[in-house]
Design a protein around this ligand. Structure first.
Ligand code: ZN
Length: 162
């Protein structure tokens, strides 16, 4: 079963993008998942507006809170290479059914999508081959309101001394 979403991302400057290539990159990254605790592997790949693909896998620590999801590792991989404009993110896992990004990853992704003023497509594929196609804004309706400026967010984190 494949469900489609009406709002597909605009083509990147290269003029095209291949969803199969993005899924393949996520599947390759999944093989490198470092999951000593859960043994639950997740792979992800982000497509940037410059047409590049950056992969990530989930990484666990013996201190569970230090683990990082595949999606955020993929985004951080792109950032390391100077890319932060994302069109799409693929997620694959050991689960039979498609696995969607967790709330923390959606929050993280949405901050980048808001900076660019456009939604980010999400393509999740399970081991069964079933795909779910959706988007960050479709799944995550919370977060900071769209009109919130970075300055306002910074101010809300500021310590007060009075
Ligand atoms: Zn996550």
């Amino acid at each position: 079963m494949t469900t489609t979403h009406p709002r597909l991302p605009e083509p990147n400057p290269a003029g095209q993008w291949d969803v199969e290539e993005l899924i393949s990159a996520a599947l390759r990254a999944m093989k490198n998942a470092s999951v000593p605790l859960s043994r639950f592997r997740v792979g992800s790949a982000v497509l940037t507006s410059s047409g590049k693909i950056f992969e990530g896998c989930n990484t666990e620590s013996l201190i569970p809170l230090l683990g990082v999801c595949a999606e955020r590792n993929a985004v951080n991989h792109a950032i390391i290479h100077g890319e932060k404009s994302f069109l799409a993110v693929a997620v694959v896992s050991d689960l039979h059914a498609p696995l969607l990004p967790c709330g923390a990853c959606l929050q993280y992704l949405q901050e980048f999508s808001r900076q660019e003023g456009r939604d980010i497509l999400i393509v999740a594929q399970g081991r069964s081959g079933d795909r779910m196609i959706t988007s960050v804004d479709e799944l995550f309706r919370g977060g900071f309101p769209e009109e919130t400026s970075v300055e306002e967010i910074q101010q809300s984190f500021r310590w007060t001394t009075d």
